[in-house]
Design a protein. Structure first.
Length: 272
C-alpha cells in the first residue's frame, strides 16, 4: 500500500549553534483521502501542539536548528517508536497511528481503521524522513561542535482525565528518568521551571520523555536530550478555536527561553 500526501514530511531551519529544537506534534496537515475517513471532530485535529513555533519564536535568534512536523499526529505520531511499543507500560496512551482522540472519541467515522500495510506506508512517508533529518542534524552538530543539546517541544491540555488526574503542572520536564541528559543540567532546568510561583514545574513526572528523548538522548555520546510538555493554558485557548493568547503567553515565554538558553549554555560550556 502507498500513502500519498502533497506536503513534505517536515520543515527544517539549520542553525549555527549546538542546539536542535524538535516539534513533532505541531503538524496539522491531513491528506484529503484520509480526512474523508475522519469524523468532523478529528478533522479539527484538536490534539495538536498548537502555536509552538510562535511561542519559540526566539529560536532563530539563539542560533538553534529547528525541525517542525507538518502532518497531524493523527496521520502518524513522530514521538512513538515505529514498532508502536507503549512508552508508559500499564498506562493508557495513544499509538503510532492513533484511532481515537485524547478524549477517547473515534477518529474514523466508519470504523475503517488503518491496517498494518497502511501504517507501514505512513511510517515510510512521514515518520522515517523526520527521524532521518533529526539524526542527520544531530550528527552534523556533533561533528561541528562536539556536545549538542536536543530539546523536544510539546504542549497539551491542562486537564485530561484519560492520562492523568487533576490538573497537570504547567512545565513538565522529561529526561527519561535521568538517562537522556546530564543530571546537573536537569537540575538547572527544574530550578528555572519552578522559579516563578505562577507556574508549577516538575521533572520526570507524568511525562518522562517520549521516543525522541529516549532514542536520541545519550549523554555519554555527547547528546543531551530534554522534553518539555507544557500546559496549553499557559499560552493559548485550550478549546476551539485554539487561539494563541499573546498576553497570556508573555508570562511563560521568558521562562521557556531561559530553559532553552540554559541547555545551550550547557552545551557551549562542554565544548570549550
Amino acid at each position: 500500500m502507498t500513502f500519498e500526501t502533497t506536503e513534505p514530511a517536515f520543515r527544517f531551519r539549520q542553525g549555527t549553534r549546538p542546539l536542535l529544537i524538535s516539534m513533532p506534534h505541531v503538524g496539522t496537515h491531513v491528506p484529503a483521502a484520509l480526512a474523508a475517513r475522519f469524523t468532523d471532530e478529528a478533522r479539527q485535529v484538536p490534539d495538536t501542539d498548537w502555536h509552538l513555533e510562535r511561542l519559540y519564536d526566539f529560536a532563530d535568534e539563539l542560533g538553534a536548528s529547528v525541525l517542525v512536523a507538518t502532518h497531524s499526529r493523527y496521520v502518524v505520531d513522530l514521538n512513538r517508536p515505529p514498532d508502536n511499543q507503549n512508552l508508559y507500560p500499564g498506562q493508557d496512551t495513544t499509538g503510532l497511528c492513533p484511532v481515537d482522540t485524547f478524549d477517547k472519541t473515534p477518529l474514523y467515522a466508519a470504523g475503517d481503521l488503518p491496517g498494518d500495510a497502511e501504517i507501514a506506508a505512513r511510517v515510510d512517508a512521514i515518520w522515517r524522513p523526520y527521524h532521518r533529518q533529526l539524526q542527520a542534524e544531530l550528527d552534523r552538530l556533533k561533528a561541528v561542535h562536539g556536545t549538542v543539546a536536543l530539546w523536544d517541544a510539546h504542549s497539551i491540555r491542562s486537564v485530561l482525565p484519560r492520562f492523568f488526574e487533576g490538573r497537570l503542572p504547567d512545565l513538565n520536564l522529561g529526561t527519561a528518568n535521568g538517562a537522556s541528559c546530564d543530571p546537573a543540567l536537569a537540575a538547572t532546568l527544574l530550578g528555572i521551571a519552578t522559579s516563578n510561583p505562577v507556574y508549577a514545574g516538575v521533572l520526570n513526572g507524568r511525562f518522562k520523555g517520549g521516543h525522541i528523548t529516549r532514542q536520541y538522548g545519550n549523554p555519554a555520546a555527547g547528546v543531551h536530550a530534554v522534553q518539555l510538555e507544557m500546559t496549553q493554558a499557559s499560552y493559548m485557548q485550550e478549546k476551539l478555536p485554539f487561539d494563541y493568547l499573546p498576553d497570556v503567553a508573555a508570562g511563560v515565554q521568558p521562562q521557556v527561553r531561559r530553559m532553552i538558553e540554559a541547555v545551550l549554555d550547557f552545551a557551549l560550556q562542554k565544548n570549550r
